[in-house]
Design a protein around this ligand. Structure first.
Ligand code: NAG
Ligand code: NAG
Ligand code: NAG
Length: 121
């Protein structure tokens, strides 16, 4: 009986922690999608940086929106400097579209420093 109770409590804890922390599907420090082809231009370059805060996971979304003729061909989210084990991932739009949204999330107790390049026509 006691063991069943402990298991139930653990299950509840597990559910709470997975729903409160948005976990990325990949865990790579940098992210590369697509290829920069001839005629492609750098459409936008954005730097995102956050200093470490003890015991805290920080995150932010970076969106790029082109016009109706824009075609995104490559997305490069590159970590600058020493690794801080942060994770970027694609949450909306992407290659072949005219918009893209990248989420950058730090490891707990760390910061991050990225350059996000959007290439296309
Ligand atoms: C890139 O995007 C950021 C915000 O997303 C904007 O402030 C900046 O002006 C853009 N830069 C260029 C060159 O379009
Ligand atoms: C649409 O965006 C592209 C870049 O993707 C730019 O070259 C073009 O001038 C823009 N067109 C207009 C009408 O703003
Ligand atoms: C963003 O791009 C996706 C395709 O990558 C498209 O389906 C969607 O309509 C676009 N959203 C906006 C607001 O343009």
């Amino acid at each position: 009986m006691k063991i069943v109770l402990v298991c139930a409590v653990l299950a509840v804890l597990a559910t709470v922690s997975t729903s409160s922390i948005v976990k990325s599907p990949t865990s790579r420090a940098s992210l590369y999608y697509g290829y920069v082809g001839p005629g492609d231009r750098l459409l936008n370059r954005t730097y995102v940086q956050k200093a470490a805060i003890p015991n805290t996971i920080q995150s932010q979304d970076v969106a790029y929106r082109g016009n109706f003729t824009t075609k995104i061909t490559a997305i490069q989210v590159v970590e600058i400097g020493y690794t801080q084990w942060a994770t970027p991932w694609l949450i909306a739009g992407g290659i072949g579209g005219n918009n893209v949204t990248i989420r950058v999330q730090s490891a707990r107790g760390y910061g991050y420093y990225y350059v996000i390049d959007i290439w296309g026509r």
